[in-house]
Write a protein that binds this ligand. Structure first.
Ligand code: HEM
Length: 549
């Protein structure tokens, strides 16, 4: 029975049997709401909260529900936010239930608050189902700010800083050679997605645990995907009644129907994560574990101050945060290539002049290939796959530019979508134009390095996997453009299928194009390139074995 149905049945029965008691309880509920509702205590220091849309009591003005649930015609949340930013300015506010929500629509506003005041803007909004019940507040992405988060973040940094990330390039190169060969041998374009997925999963499993993955049927992949699916589903705000009514947690535990599923999954996740961590520990003690986030975490566990269980959960972060995001960006890249064939041709001309036909492109070619590098960056900007970032939460009262009051506990959203559409920073923002980032390191107004990479988030929470992500994207994109033309699929009659809509994106926190009907056409027929792709792929399959020891 759903949350709503259960509450409705309970209320009906209650009213039927005891109307007086019902009135008393209702009185208490209204008083509780009044006392706990920030709206009655907002404007302080004589300052108002940032402007925003009018709203009525207890009505959630902005739906977070996924587009599928909300109905395809309903604009996605990030577009609603962008529209509100246009009306009310770069910083707006409204209430969701009794929680103030502040939306930052410009890189400047996000930098001012999330970067410069990181010591108070780096927490996460409370999430009872995904954060507390499913994860015991041990999963990094949703973890509240505090000592445990700082410890977790040190582990992430140790395993994914620039230097550590460079250490994974060798595997990324080999895996992308295997991918290229698999794509070459795959004549059914519907199966491309599975090859790309195996690549992305293998990279994050190696980063996390020093284990690569040969097949999507690997039991570790199946279990991780189940964990991930549950986490993603429970993270969508607004769908569980306990999130709006945390008072339900005060019911006797046996009456908290919503606990059962997350707790059952948590038991399975704990077994999986502990098992993975112990296997790295065993390999480490035999001197057989390649460097990964896990080896770094275990070698200095005492320094990081995390228990075994906390460490095990921390190590699950690369998988949870790194697979869907990388695949979504690659989908955006294929979408861009279908719509902008002239960009593809220009990149291929650059690759041909630097690399030629006799070898595959390598990481070392990057500095000689500015246009391809610009394609990677433009792909991340053109359709940001985390269009409203991951919401932050502020842990102390604050004031923005002496103008607006931001109450403690506000959810703070960096609306990356609005930022990517800023015409001043990105003229003709809807167009895919790698040229825009050829000569600069980001929007001219940016003052910090993180703001030129705004699609990776802000401040102390900025994506720790950003170097790994960019390396994966670069090596896959450059090798695909070296070997193939990305073209539209054809129907049974040999005619190209309709061009996909560039704005038809689906998902929740991470979005991706609904459908990209692309086909990889060999660029260099009649040459020895096919032989090279196959030979390099097979050699790579041999070489990766040494990574497993
Ligand atoms: C290509 C695509 C990727 C994009 C666009 C992306 C973007 C983001 C964003 C926007 C955040 C939230 C930042 C904030 O709160 O302000 C984030 C967090 C995170 N990302 Fe990524 N990411 C990508 C790939 C990866 C990869 C490949 C990994 C790991 C190997 C990774 C690991 C993480 C982790 C662990 C967090 C949580 C950080 C925290 O809250 O402490 N990401 N990412």
């Amino acid at each position: 029975m759903s949350d709503e149905a259960l509450i409705q049945t309970g209320t009906t029965l209650f009213l039927k049997f005891n109307p007086k008691l019902a009135l008393v309880v209702l009185g208490f509920v209204v008083a509780y709401l009044y006392v706990t509702d920030n709206r009655f205590t907002t404007a302080r220091n004589g300052l108002p909260m940032p402007p925003g849309p009018p709203q009525s009591f207890l009505k959630v003005p902005i739906g977070w529900k996924s587009r599928a649930k909300a109905g395809a015609k309903d604009a996605p949340t990030y577009k609603k936010f962008a529209a509100l930013n246009k009306i009310y300015g770069p910083i707006i506010s409204f209430y969701q239930g009794s929680t103030p929500v502040v939306v930052l629509g410009t890189i400047k506003a996000a930098t001012e608050l999330l970067d410069k005041k990181g010591s108070i803007y780096s927490s996460r909004p409370r999430n009872i189902m995904a954060g507390e019940l499913l994860s015991g507040n041990m999963r990094g992405l949703g973890m509240p700010y505090g000592q445990r988060w700082r410890n977790y973040r040190l582990v992430m940094h140790a395993g994914m800083n620039i230097e550590a990330s460079n250490g994974y390039k060798a595997l990324q190169s080999l895996e992308s050679k295997i991918l290229l060969k698999d794509l070459f041998l795959e004549r059914d374009s519907a199966k491309y997605a599975a090859h790309l997925r195996r690549f992305a999963i293998s990279i994050v499993c190696f980063v996390g645990y020093g284990m690569r993955v040969e097949s999507l049927d690997d039991p570790i992949v199946v279990s991780q995907q189940a964990a991930d699916e549950c986490l993603t589903r429970m993270s969508v705000p607004g769908q569980y009644i306990v999130e709006s009514w945390p008072i339900l947690l005060k019911l006797p535990k046996f009456m908290q129907w919503f606990r059962r599923e997350p707790l059952a999954q948590r038991a399975r996740d704990t077994e999986l994560y502990m098992g993975l961590m112990e296997s790295v520990r065993a390999r480490l003690s035999r001197g057989e574990a390649p460097p990964s986030v896990a080896t770094r975490a275990l070698e200095k566990q005492a320094t990081f101050g995390l228990t075994d269980l906390e460490t095990a959960y921390a190590l699950s972060a690369p998988f949870a945060a790194g697979v869907g995001s990388t695949l979504a960006v690659l989908d955006v890249f294929f979408l861009a290539m279908l719509h902008y064939p002239e960009v593809m041709k220009k990149a291929q001309a650059e690759i041909d002049s630097v690399v030629g036909e006799g070898r595959l492109p390598e990481f070392e070619d990057a500095d000689s290939l500015p246009y391809v590098k610009a394609i990677v960056k433009e792909t991340l900007r053109w359709k940001p796959i985390a269009p409203h970032g991951v919401p932050h939460s502020v842990i102390a009262d604050d004031v923005y530019e002496d103008k607006y009051f931001i109450p403690r506990g506000s959810t703070v959203i960096a609306n990356v979508y609005s930022m990517s559409k800023d015409e001043e920073a990105f003229p003709s923002a809807n167009e895919f134009k790698p040229e825009r980032s050829l000569n600069d390191n980001g929007p001219s107004s940016s003052s910090s390095s993180s703001s030129s990479m705004f699609f990776f988030g802000f401040g102390r929470r900025i994506c720790p996997g950003m170097h790994i992500a960019q390396n994966s994207l670069f090596i896959v994109i450059i090798r695909i453009l070296w070997a193939y033309n990305v073209v539209l699929q054809k129907d049974a009659g040999g005619n190209p299928v309709p061009m996909p809509d560039v704005d038809d994106l689906v998902g929740g926190l991470v979005v991706r194009p609904r459908n990209v009907p692309f086909y990889l056409e060999d660029r260099r027929r009649g040459t020895s390139v096919a032989g090279l792709v196959l030979e390099e792929g097979r050699k790579a399959e041999e070489e990766v074995k040494s990574f497993m020891m």
